[in-house]
Design a protein around this ligand. Structure first.
Ligand code: NAI
Ligand code: F6P
Length: 388
């Protein structure tokens, strides 16, 4: 079996590629990072180190790589032969891979009528639907029914914390032991793809919301409050009692939304929250706050990890979720100069104010009670920052 995987980064090598290789696929990574592509081609293997109390090494074999900028035709050829296509490139990169994917899928129609599943493994709701819409924007009307017949775009939720890597061997990836890959069955054509450890479900919505509004919500808040307190890593941030308690408070708020919405058992959800807090604190992993905080404009999105649960909490309970609001205010103070979105966000705030930023990026009406609460919290944090 052959899998073509776009994105040989942290999640690509540390989770999706490794699981596919362990499931018996030959994995061809497609990336634009020359060094990583060259090394994968040369070594055809790399190491995943599962970091817990002990370090367990997993050799990943039967892999190779292609550079999509310089080896376009080869990528297209591999797509025509693949049994699975996956991505882990980042939500903002999906439009950039759509053209080559569309071309590969078009050519495949002429040589291979086997159905193919395409799974975008990105931190977002409906990632594969979004990729599909970009691909469909590139093909002719006549091809669309054929694409619908042969290509199943499957939405999924991926959960494993893989920090930025720095090793003598640049291919090595240190990962946490936990992983969860939940894939929606809707849109499967023919048989379920064979992937060891993946969990196939009829309806992804509860799973993706549980993951995005717990793991990602808590992680994001720890990162923004950590950055605010000039702390370097998530592990150090979680040792700060105030941050840990703010994270827990926010997770109880997003948890209240999820429990009410999906009728879950409250104490089971509380155990899930506590397990996630322990994952953030894993002393064998060192995860920079600026990595987890990256792309604050995306993270301020209406359906993303902070505004999504905050709006739902307000709508369901008619109250301000103070923990989430503090996290959002801290996001608005994230002024890391190496992050393009942080720079753009700061420019918007300086030029037009917090209300305008929340209107533009989070689609919150300026008179929404959440906006007033976020603005007050933002002013409070800004004042404390000056006095610190
Ligand atoms: N790192 C983590 O713990 C987790 C990440 N994710 C999601 O996985 C996705 C990837 O994240 P990471 O692996 O952390 O990022 P990363 O930055 O380590 O990897 C992204 C890879 O995509 C490559 N890339 C960029 N543009 C490309 C293009 N046009 N064609 C092909 N490859 C291209 C980059 O060179 C890089 O190797 C994101 O959507 C993220 O939200 C989801 C769960 C956990
Ligand atoms: O990848 P994003 O969406 O920028 O979020 C940052 C981090 O969130 C996590 O998925 C978990 O919270 C990470 O490990 C991830 O990379």
């Amino acid at each position: 079996m052959l899998a073509v995987h776009f994105g040989a980064g942290n999640i690509g090598r540390g989770f999706i590629g490794s699981l596919l290789s362990q499931s018996g696929y030959e994995v061809v990574f497609v990336d634009i990072n020359d060094e990583v592509v060259r090394l994968l081609k040369e070594k055809q293997a790399y190491r995943v180190i599962v970091a817990d109390e002990t370090e367990q090494e997993q050799p990943i074999r039967n892999v190779s790589a292609l550079n999509s900028q310089t080896e376009r035709e080869k990528v297209i050829d591999y797509i025509t032969k693949a049994h699975l296509v996956t991505t882990a490139v980042g939500p903002h990169v999906l439009p950039a891979i759509a053209a080559i994917l569309a071309e590969g899928l078009q050519k495949r129609l002429t040589v291979n009528q086997a159905p193919l599943h395409i799974i975008a493994c990105e931190n977002m709701i409906g990632g594969s639907d979004v990729l599909k819409s970009h691909v469909f924007a590139m093909i002719s009307e006549a091809d669309k029914p054929l694409f619908e017949k042969y290509y199943g775009f499957l939405n999924c939720a991926v959960d494993r914390i893989v920090p930025n890597q720095k090793h003598a061997d640049p291919l090595t990836v240190v990962v946490e032991p936990f992983f969860e890959w939940v894939i929606e069955k809707r849109n499967i054509i023919g048989s379920i793809p064979s992937i060891q450890g993946a969990h196939f479900v009829d309806d992804l919505q509860p799973y993706i919301e549980r993951k995005l509004f717990t793991v990602n919500t808590g992680h994001a808040i720890a990162s923004y409050l950590g950055y605010y307190k000039k702390i370097q890593t998530i592990q150090e941030a979680m040792k700060d009692e105030e941050i840990r308690s703010d994270v827990e408070k926010a997770l109880h708020e997003s948890g209240a939304v999820l429990v009410k919405k999906y009728g879950w058992n409250e104490s089971e959800h509380e155990s899930y929250i506590q397990k996630i807090i322990q994952r953030f604190m894993n002393p064998s992993i060192s995860d920079e706050v600026v990595r987890v905080a990256r792309s604050p404009i995306r993270k301020l999105g209406a359906n993303d990890r902070l505004i999504g649960p905050a709006v739902q909490y307000y709508d369901l309970f008619g109250q301000i979720p103070r923990g989430l609001v503090k996290g959002i205010a801290a996001l608005l103070l994230f002024d890391y100069e190496n992050d393009k979105e942080a720079v753009a966000l700061q420019q918007t705030i300086q030029k037009s104010g917090v209300e305008e930023a929340l209107f533009q990026y989070a689609q919150l009406e300026k008179e929404h009670p959440l906006v007033i609460a976020i603005k007050n919290q933002f002013s409070g944090l800004s004042r404390e920052n000056v006095n610190m």
